[in-house]
Design a protein around this ligand. Structure first.
Ligand code: SF4
Length: 179
């Protein structure tokens, strides 16, 4: 494992469970953000928001946090967010990793297969500018160098609440599609 990633994971500890100051899982926050998210998705996109995820060479921790979004604690599907297997069913392309050179073609093909309008979301510091892999001979230092990115979700990795908050601010900024 990359030493920088190993060191940072030791320093940060777990991120999947968001705890409040008393060390209790922040359930009310999940519910509040989720409720706002559901309302915003309904207003801007109709019934749901579909995401196709592509790992372009991440360390795996960003994927763990994405998977955690669907666990029984967060369960973001109930708020109108679905992860789909086909880019043809997706509103957004969620990209993790610094974009290794052998993933460039797959990434472009996935984007091309998506219907308009389509959005690219970079999740994690690697997807933004290479992060821990920045400057590596085999990466393109972020998705922006390949596709237009509309939203960056910061973190290494971002926890599920950060992912939910970022999606909510994207929904708020997005112009209404329902006349
Ligand atoms: S941003 Fe994500 S993929 Fe990159 S090192 Fe951090 S956790 Fe791993």
């Amino acid at each position: 494992m990359n030493f920088r990633i190993f060191k940072s994971s030791i320093e940060k500890g777990r991120v999947t469970l968001k705890l409040d100051e008393a060390g209790i899982v922040a359930l009310p926050e999940i519910e509040n953000i989720g409720r706002d998210l559901k309302r915003a998705i309904h207003a801007k996109f109709g019934r749901s928001f579909h995401i196709r995820e592509v790992d372009t060479g991440s360390c795996g921790a960003c994927e763990s946090e994405i998977i955690a979004c669907s666990n029984p604690l967060y369960d973001i599907q109930r708020f109108g967010i679905d992860f789909v297997a086909s880019p043809r069913h997706a509103d957004a392309l969620l990209v993790t990793g610094p974009v290794s050179k052998n993933m460039i073609l797959a990434l472009k093909k996935t984007y091309e297969a998506m219907p308009e309008p389509k959005f690219v979301i970079a999740l994690g510091d690697c997807a933004k500018d290479g992060g821990a892999f920045k400057g590596s001979y085999y990466t393109r230092d972020g998705v922006e160098n390949i596709l237009p990115v509309i939203l960056h979700i910061p973190g290494c990795p971002p926890d599920p609440l950060t992912i939910m908050r970022s999606l909510l601010s994207f929904m708020h900024d997005f112009p209404c599609r329902r006349a």
